[in-house]
Every structure is written in structure tokens, then in C-alpha cells.
Design a binder for this molecule. Structure first.
Ligand SMILES: NC(=O)c1ccc[n+]([C@@H]2O[C@H](COP(=O)([O-])OP(=O)(O)OC[C@H]3O[C@@H](n4cnc5c(N)ncnc54)[C@H](OP(=O)(O)O)[C@@H]3O)[C@@H](O)[C@H]2O)c1
Length: 333
């Protein structure tokens, strides 16, 4: 077993811990919170032996081999950098960083030290990805794909009442594109590669964060639309269209609810929905495999690293085009 630590004490960290423990490959050794009392309570809740209120102390700790990072987006860079510099393997929540140059730097840091640095993107590690690819193989060349992730934020009412929850606070590099749009960008790049061109339009909130947006990626043989929102609740699936039929996906981030509709009218339900901790368990297993079997996982790992970089580049280009600016972008050019 490998020993891991965590940064972030939100529900997503609960799910990762559950998934990682459930894999039988990981033992939770330490947790970090900005607040020591919260760190201690969180350690007790999850059975970790050590609690830190300093990222540097966690990074320097001999008690952990690797760390799961689920801090607000604006802190990913400094947290990952401290951990990688200290020799820890890192799996960090999406999106890695607002600027692609930072992702490049972190990748370089990891490579120089022989460490694994992964972005926590669930669908890449799910066995259902193969099922989706097999289904797509049955509908012929795809001419149009509509990738959608619209989910009314549970924090929206607080925002509308005049508060500034983290998810609508640009100082933390959040908003709709960063939070949900990334789930549409990733499968587009994974399945179709980098587009010839990309156009985006975003609806901005008074806080300076984007509330929703629409992007179109142009490829020589297809168009891919990305729709994402923190304001409204989607009722429609993501959809891939080909001459022989359509593949619909209810949840593009989880690859849940995959349906193949052939042009002859037959319908095949390919996959239902997994629970969140199971999805995170797949990530934790691959993270473990990359660390313990570098030779056997080299090709996949290289692809995941390259994809995370392509995603950061496209996300940054879309974000700048949409006029979503963060302090870390520096002065406008
Ligand atoms: N894969 C998924 O399905 C999924 C789902 C949700 C979120 N995420 C990702 O996970 C990351 C965390 O998201 P989240 O919604 O949990 O974020 P969050 O609640 O805003 O913050 C995460 C943690 O960071 C600390 N924190 C909160 N506000 C902070 C601030 N202003 N400055 C410094 N630290 C602060 C808190 O821990 P302490 O105060 O205890 O230190 C908190 O538990 C994001 O990158 C997000 O995109 C992924």
C-alpha cells in the first residue's frame, strides 16, 4: 500500500478518500487544513494519523508518498509546486491551473524528479470510456458533437442574496468555464484532438466570474459545441451524431447513462451511473499504477500529461477570448 495525504476538507475530498481506500491500494496517513482544529477533526473523521495546518509541513512529511489536492483552483499551482519540490507524487483536482505555462512548469518539475503528476479527471480512468469508444465506433464518422454540462449551482441562491461563495469568486479562479466547461473540453480533446479554431461567448456575472457559456470547436470534418452553466439545470444529454446513429451521454463528466440509438430505430442502453466514490477510485487506482509500475503505465501516463497540457492551453485561450480574467493573468496585453 502507498500512503497519501489530502489538501482540502470539502465533500470532494471525502469522496476521493473513500474511493482510494476502497481500492485497497492506498492508506490515508495525513490531512491538511488551513485550520488545525478542522484538520484534526477531519483526520479523526477519516482515520488519518496526522493533521497539518501547513502545506510545507505536509510536503516535507515522511509519512506520505503522495497527495490528493482539492484546494480552490487559484491555489493548485503553489500547492502542487510545494509538494513536487519536496518529492511527493501529486494528483490534483481539475482544472490544474488557469495558465498553461504553470501546468508546463509543474509537469517539468515532476518529470525532473521522476514523480507522477496527474489531473483528477474521472472519465479518463473509467472502464466505461472503452464502452463509449466502442459505441462511437458504431455510428460512423462523427459530424457534430454537443458536449454539455449545465448544473445550477447549489451556491447560486447565496450568490443572488449578495454573498460571494468561492465558486463565483474570480479571485479563486472559479466560474462556469473553469468548473464545468473543463468537463466538455477534456472529452473533445481526448476524442478528436486539438481543433483548428475555437470560438466562445460567455455570460458574465457582476462578481466577474462567468455564469455560463457556449463554445464551438471547429475541426476539418466536424463541429463540436460545448455548453456549460452554473445558472440553469440541463435536461438534455451530450450527444455524438454520425451517419449510422447517435450516442447520447447523460453525464459527460462521469460517462453515466450512455445510450446508442441506431438509425434503424434500435436503442441500446450501454451503461448506467456509477457512484462518485467509485469514479474517484478508478483515478486512485491509475495514480497508484503510474507510481508503482512506471514502465507498464508509461504510454498512458504520457497521454494523460499531454492531454492536461492541451486542456490547459485550450481553456486559457477560450477564457481569454471570453473575457474571463484572473489576477494571475497579469496586466492585459
Ligand atoms: N472531480 C470533481 O467531481 C470535483 C467536484 C468538486 C470540486 N472539484 C474540484 O476540487 C477543488 C476544490 O473544490 P471545492 O468546491 O471543494 O472548493 P472549496 O470548497 O471552495 O475549497 C476547498 C477547500 O479549500 C479550503 N478553502 C476554502 N476557501 C479557501 C480560501 N479562500 N483560501 C484558501 N483555502 C480555502 C477549504 O479547506 P480548509 O479551510 O479546511 O483548508 C476547503 O475545504 C476545485 O479545484 C474543484 O474544481 C472537483
Amino acid at each position: 500500500m502507498l500512503r497519501f495525504g489530502t489538501i482540502g476538507t470539502g465533500w470532494i475530498t471525502d469522496e476521493y478518500i473513500r474511493g482510494a481506500k476502497d481500492s485497497g491500494l492506498w492508506q490515508l496517513a495525513a490531512v491538511y487544513s488551513r485550520d488545525l482544529a478542522r484538520a484534526r477533526a477531519y483526520a479523526q473523521k477519516h482515520g488519518a494519523e496526522y493533521a497539518y495546518d501547513s502545506v510545507e509541513a505536509l510536503a516535507q512529511s515522511d509519512l506520505v508518498d503522495a497527495v490528493y489536492v482539492a484546494s480552490p483552483n487559484a491555489l493548485h499551482y503553489e500547492h502542487c509546486k510545494a509538494l513536487l519540490r519536496a518529492g511527493k507524487h501529486v494528483i490534483c483536482e481539475k482544472p490544474l491551473c488557469a495558465q498553461a505555462a504553470k501546468v508546463e512548469e509543474l509537469n517539468r518539475l515532476a518529470a525532473e524528479r521522476g514523480l507522477v503528476f496527474l489531473e483528477a479527471i474521472m472519465f479518463l480512468h473509467q472502464p466505461q470510456l472503452r464502452a463509449l469508444e466502442r459505441a462511437l465506433g458504431q455510428i460512423g464518422p462523427i459530424s457534430l458533437a454537443k458536449l454539455d454540462f449545465c448544473q445550477r449551482s447549489s451556491k447560486l441562491d447565496r450568490y443572488l442574496a449578495g454573498e460571494l461563495p468561492n465558486i463565483f469568486n474570480p479571485r479563486l479562479e472559479t466560474g462556469a468555464l473553469m468548473d464545468l466547461g473543463v468537463y466538455c473540453v477534456y472529452p473533445a480533446l481526448y476524442l478528436f484532438g486539438e481543433p483548428e479554431s475555437a470560438q466562445i461567448s460567455a455570460h458574465m456575472l457582476e462578481s466577474g466570474a462567468d455564469g455560463c457559456g457556449v463554445a464551438t470547436l471547429r475541426y476539418p470534418d466536424k463541429l463540436v459545441t460545448l455548453t456549460y452553466s452554473k445558472l440553469g439545470q440541463a435536461g438534455a444529454d451530450s450527444e455524438f451524431q454520425g451517419p449510422e446513429g447517435t450516442v447520447a451521454v447523460q453525464s459527460i463528466s462521469r460517462l453515466g447513462g450512455i445510450t446508442l440509438r441506431r438509425k434503424d430505430g434500435t436503442v441500446e442502453e450501454i451503461h448506467g451511473q456509477d457512484e462518485k466514490y467509485q469514479l474517484m477510485g478508478w483515478e486512485a487506482k491509475d495514480f497508484y499504477r503510474c507510481i508503482t509500475d512506471p514502465a507498464g503505465s508509461r504510454r498512458e501516463y504520457a497521454r494523460w500529461v499531454e492531454l492536461s497540457l492541451q486542456t490547459a492551453r485550450l481553456m486559457e485561450a477560450l477564457r481569454r477570448q471570453a473575457g474571463v480574467r484572473f489576477a494571475s493573468d497579469g496586466a492585459p496585453q
